[in-house]
Structure formats: C-alpha cells, structure tokens
Design a protein around this ligand. Structure first.
Ligand SMILES: Nc1nc2c(ncn2[C@@H]2O[C@H](COP(=O)(O)OP(=O)(O)OP(=O)(O)O)[C@@H](O)[C@H]2O)c(=O)[nH]1
Ligand SMILES: [Mg+2]
Length: 327
C-alpha cells in the first residue's frame, strides 16, 4: 500500500520512474492500482488523446515521431502508448539519425511506452484507458495511442481517443476491404502516407469515393498526404488534428465524450464487482456444481444466472426466509 501511495505521489510530482512503474502495475492488473487511479482521477481531463491506427507498416510510428518533434518544439509534453511490436520509436528523431535516437531518455517531456499486444486485435486492452488517464495526470498535454489496424482494434481506439487518425498507404488492394468494412467511419482524419510512392492520388480518390463525397469537397474532408520519413505533409496533419480538437472543444463534445467514457468505465466496474460478489456469495464449490449441471443440461445458463442473482438480492432473501418460517 505504501508503495502505491508513493508511486501515485511520484506521478503527480512528475517523477518518470514512478510513472513507468505504475503503468506496469496497471498493465498487470495489480489490485492496488485501482487505489492509485482513484487518487489520480481528479488530476485528469487535460490531455488531448489521439488514436493513430492503420495497417501494419503504414508508417504510424514514423508519423508519431514527427508529431512528437513538432509538439516538443512548441513546449507541449507528449505521452505515447504504442501497441506496436516492432516499436521503432526515436522520440521525434528522423529515422537513421542515430544521435537523435537518444532523445527520449534525455527529453523529460516525452514518455513512450510500448506494450505487448497479448493477442488482442489492435492491442487496446482493459488497461488502456487507465494508462491514458495516468499519463494525463502526469501532465501530458497530448497522449498518442498507436494501434495496428487489424480487426476490432481500430473500433476500440474510438473509445479512448478524442481524435482518431487513420493511416493508409497507396497501392494496398487488400486493405480496401477492411476500409469498406466500417473502418472508414471511425477516422476523423485520413492520412495517405508514403506519398512518395505511386498511386497516391488514386488512394485519395478511393477514400473520397468510400466516403461518398465529391472531389471538389476535398477541403471539407480531412485527408492529408504525407511522406512521414521526410516530414512532408506533417504540418498539414498537425493543423488537421488541432482543428479537430478545437471543433470538439467549441461544441462541448469533449464533455460529452467524457460523460460517455465515465459511464462506460463505471458500468464495467459495477459488472466486475457484482460478478466477484456473486461468486463469493455462492462459493467456489457450489459454483462448480452449477457449472457441471449446466454442462449436463440439467439447468440452463439463464436459470442459473437468475438463481445466483436471487441469492444476492437481500429483498428476495428476506422473502424466502419469511416463507420458510411461515411454513
Ligand atoms: N517510402 C516511405 N517509407 C515510409 C514512409 N513512412 C514510413 N516509411 C517506412 O515504412 C516502414 C514502416 O514504418 P513504421 O513507422 O514502423 O510503420 P508502423 O505503421 O508503425 O508499423 P507497425 O507498428 O509495425 O504496424 C519503415 O521502414 C519506414 O521507414 C514514407 O512516407 N515513405
Ligand atoms: Mg509502429
């Protein structure tokens, strides 16, 4: 307990080692990490959370390095949470520039954490929201979450990010299917990266086509062409991200998102707590018996669940007791 208090205080005081250790505890689902999160909560709500998603190798980490470089140049503090097995982060350095690769350890305004993806598609886990809040409480102005766009993951990134940037590259036919299957709806900003390759404009038109819009409405859609390795188009991307954040703030949408997020978080905790109580109430051996009976088809899961919940409800317990007494 002592350690948790120390770690929490450390995070609020801006101590990076405390931050790193607390994130590990949260990631591992350490029971005491919820104490820390409770204490950090009033200090959250300041950071702009940006999700960057897209197919493997599309250049997400390279783009993030450029974004870090820009925001650090303006004095903003940046936290990155990357579900990114290849993890080529250099903290704003251009790839290949070996000296600048040392930057993240020297620059106290950047904190990059690569996470094991543990097989979840896209990588967003139960702990992601809590880790973002921890980075927020630490004092990050921007928190970036990188996820591999493969399956359900990009949809989940919406639940944790204010602004979602979808990165695609020219000439990848198979990803079009994925885009059609709902991916397009989640992006607030579309980046066509590797614009130094052929077929860039075709890609842009494809995206517009999928969005059902005309070429002359291009300015209304946030589609940005970038060559991340050279930093080309990055100022446009930054402008699009900042404009999106302004739009959210000016229309009270941040507050609305926070409300939805809080409700979702709370309900998840309620469900887990009820589950724990139900199990504690019935006891492991009774639970095992019920499970066996369900497997033998003597009782349906719905009946078993009702029975468990009835046993939990003090009102019905009282009724049962009264009935058995009067008999
Ligand atoms: N030609 C070209 N190559 C690029 C560009 N942006 C990134 N790359 C290269 O593409 C490769 C993948 O870039 P990453 O930034 O690691 O891509 P990623 O999306 O983070 O990859 P994963 O995290 O593994 O999914 C690297 O070799 C980059 O140097 C670009 O604009 N043009
Ligand atoms: Mg990456």
């Amino acid at each position: 307990m002592d350690t948790i208090t120390k770690l929490t205080d450390g995070v609020l005081e801006g101590d990076r080692r405390s931050l790193a250790r607390l994130i590990t505890l949260i990631e591992n689902g350490h029971p005491e990490s919820s104490e820390a999160l409770k204490k950090l909560y009033p200090h959250t709500g300041r950071a702009h959370v940006i999700g960057i998603t897209g197919p493997p190798g599309s250049g997400k980490s390279t783009i993030i390095n450029q974004l870090i470089k820009h925001w650090r140049g303006k004095g903003s503090r940046v936290g990155v949470l990357a579900y990114d097995p290849s993890s080529p982060f250099s903290g704003g350095a251009i790839l290949g520039d070996r000296i600048r690769m040392l930057e993240p350890t020297l620059d106290r305004g950047v904190f990059i954490r690569s996470m094991a993806t543990r097989g979840e598609l896209g990588g967003i886990t139960e702990a992601t929201g809590d880790i973002i809040r921890t980075l927020d409480a630490f004092g990050m102005d921007v928190v970036i979450v990188e996820t591999v766009g493969a399956g359900q993951g990009e949809v989940d990134v919406m639940n944790v990010a204010h602004t979602v940037v979808l990165v695609v590259v020219p000439g990848l036919g198979d990803e079009i299917q994925a885009l059609k299957a709902g991916l397009m709806e989640i992006g607030d900003i579309f980046v066509v990266n590797k614009a130094d390759k052929e077929d860039v404009d075709r890609k842009v038109f494809e995206i517009m086509g999928m969005m059902g819009r005309d070429a002359d409405k291009l300015e209304n859609i946030h589609i940005v062409k970038t060559v991340a390795t050279k930093g080309e188009g990055i100022p446009d991307l930054i402008e699009a991200i900042e404009a999106h954040y302004r739009y959210l703030r000016d229309n009270d949408l941040i507050q609305k998102m926070e409300e939805e997020r809080s409700q979702r978080d709370m309900m998840k905790i309620v469900v887990n707590k009820i589950k724990d109580r139900v199990i504690a109430n019935i006891g492991e051996s009774n639970l095992k018996r019920m499970v066996q009976e369900m497997a033998q088809k003597k009782i349906a899961p719905l009946e078993a669940a009702d029975e468990l919940l009835r046993a939990m409800d003090p009102g019905s317990l009282r009724k049962q007791n009264a009935q058995s007494k009067s008999q």
